[in-house]
Design a protein around this ligand. Structure first.
Ligand code: FE
Length: 229
């Protein structure tokens, strides 16, 4: 896809429409079922040396693809098979009998959002509207970065840290396992995956080094800003 299409898709993710639009554009991946595996928005080696091609290859090719395939198998022949991804997530959230569908659907969404949260040459202090919002909410970029790092580092076990817009206010939250702010209609702006599979090949147990690299070298602030809209 070209850059214009990527930005359009990124905006559509942020606007909480559905990932169906992404899926439609990426159906050439050919996985069976109504939910398509989204394309990576860059080459597998684009985030090096901070995240290696090997990590991306496993994380996208095995984990993200695995969640997508499992979701399609789980919803096959059920009323969920005709729903957009975000609706599947919201309708199964908190329902024990649909926990497997929720977990796989949320992980499909979270990973697509995570890939778009990073870009080659990203990271550091943002500019423009997102910078102003961060200054207003946290009193400056440094305070934001400290709080985001703390949330990502202290998420016990597997999960995610997020910068979200809850109404007008920007907040940092963390979610466990597959849980996702989109489940309750909170608008995500940026996320970092802190499951070990996201960093172990490159950083072993040094999660804080991975978080530092994410903030200093990878965050796609342009994506975050589009998600504000
Ligand atoms: Fe992951």
């Amino acid at each position: 896809m070209n850059r214009r299409e990527f930005i359009k898709i990124s905006a559509s993710i942020g606007a909480l429409t559905t990932l169906q639009m992404v899926g439609i554009s990426c159906s050439r991946n050919g996985n069976a079922g109504p939910i398509s595996l989204t394309d990576l928005p860059y080459a597998e080696d684009a985030l090096g040396p901070y995240i290696s091609a090997k990590t991306i290859s496993f994380h996208y090719g095995k984990h993200h693809r695995g969640y997508t395939d499992k979701l399609n198998a789980l919803i096959s022949g059920t009323p969920f098979s005709t729903l957009p991804l975000v609706e599947i997530i919201q309708k199964t959230h908190g329902q024990a009998e649909h926990a497997a569908i929720f977990n796989n659907a949320a992980q499909v969404y979270n990973h697509a959002f995570y890939w778009n949260s990073m870009i080659h040459g990203g990271g550091g202090k943002p500019k423009g509207a997102i910078a102003q919002k961060i200054d207003a909410a946290f009193g400056g970029y440094e305070t934001f970065a400290e709080a985001f790092s703390e949330a990502a580092a202290t998420q016990f076990g597997s999960g995610w840290a997020w910068l979200v817009a809850d109404g007008d206010a920007l907040k940092i939250i963390k979610t466990a396992n597959a849980d996702t702010p989109i489940a309750t209609g909170v608008k995500p702006l940026i996320t970092i995956d802190v499951w070990e599979h996201a960093y172990y090949l490159d950083y072993q147990n040094r999660r804080t080094d991975y978080i530092k690299a994410f903030l200093e070298n990878l965050v796609n602030w342009e994506f975050a800003e589009k998600n504000l809209a």
